[in-house]
Write a protein that binds this ligand. Structure first.
Ligand code: HEM
Ligand code: HEM
Length: 221
């Protein structure tokens, strides 16, 4: 067994910025700072959509084809977990990762159609039927509880693995883990992921930058 790189910079940057931004999104909604809320949301969306693309073109173990396994493989892994050979998400955590990404994306999409029925609304509210707005607004409110519940399970699982000697949290920070190396993983340059994030940020900025600036100005004036 030897210490090897298992996570690229893109996965780690995505992971920890997502944690900070979700905390910011929750707090800004709680304080009713919706300009900040939207600024955080577009930043998170750029990171998540880029992560989705990275799941097809990125480093070997960041690809969905590498970690989304058949239910039979999940069952086999549950019966015989072999922690020190896993060079990425294990078959069970692969599904949790996929679910979290989908739910965060849905949270973003419903945010675009959410209205607080007073002053603040997402940019698609005026463009979609009122029934969609009403559904999206309730979805936006209860889906966050589902995300937080799953995040709690996710953190407990990570702490449990770490405590049992499978240093998954350390690996998500440093990118390295002690494993039995079979064939070395192939990695892509983090710059490509950053480029995707930048392109999406520019797209969101051209679409909603002026609206968000105006809201930020009135919130902090
Ligand atoms: C808002 C909170 C969090 C969310 C939404 C979240 C979500 C995710 C997602 C989507 C991934 C997959 C990363 C990828 O493949 O790109 C992941 C992986 C991971 N996260 Fe989190 N995470 C959160 C907080 C945490 C915290 C606080 C810890 C540490 C205590 C943690 C530990 C890990 C670990 C160890 C992995 C790798 C799992 C594996 O080896 O299969 N996460 N997380
Ligand atoms: C993944 C990204 C997002 C997260 C995690 C998130 C999270 C939240 C949370 C926790 C609330 C408070 C819900 C409650 O009252 O219980 C909220 C409310 C709200 N969010 Fe988001 N949000 C996101 C994206 C967006 C986007 C993109 C927009 C619009 C551009 C948006 C607009 C709003 C509005 C207008 C409210 C107030 C709803 C009300 O008072 O009924 N959100 N969001």
């Amino acid at each position: 067994m030897q210490k090897s790189k298992i996570w690229d910079g893109a996965v780690r940057l995505f992971h920890w910025s997502q944690v900070i931004l979700l905390a910011g999104l929750w707090y800004s909604a709680d304080q009713e700072w919706y300009g900040l809320h939207m600024a955080f949301a577009y930043t998170l969306a750029a990171l998540v959509i880029s992560r989705l693309i990275w799941g097809f073109i990125g480093s070997e173990n960041a690809r969905f084809s590498h970690f989304v396994k058949s239910p039979r493989k999940v069952w086999q892994w549950l019966r015989q977990p072999s922690q020190n050979t896993v060079s990425g998400h294990n078959p069970l955590s692969g599904y949790m990762v996929l679910l979290l990404i989908i739910l965060i994306l849905l949270q973003f999409l419903t945010g675009l159609m959410t209205s607080d029925d007073i002053l603040t609304e997402g940019p698609l509210v005026a463009l979609v039927p009122a029934t969609w707005v009403s559904f999206a607004s309730s979805f936006h409110q209860w889906n966050i509880n589902l995300i937080l519940g799953l995040v709690a399970v996710h953190i407990l699982a990570a702490v449990w693995h770490q405590w049992r000697g499978d240093k998954v949290i350390t690996a998500m920070i440093t990118g390295q883990k002690v494993i039995e190396v079979k064939t070395p993983l192939q990695f892509k340059a983090v710059g490509l992921y950053l480029l995707l994030v930048l392109i999406l940020m520019v797209a969101f900025y051209s679409w909603q930058g002026a609206v968000v600036w105006e809201m930020l100005r009135s919130e902090w004036a």
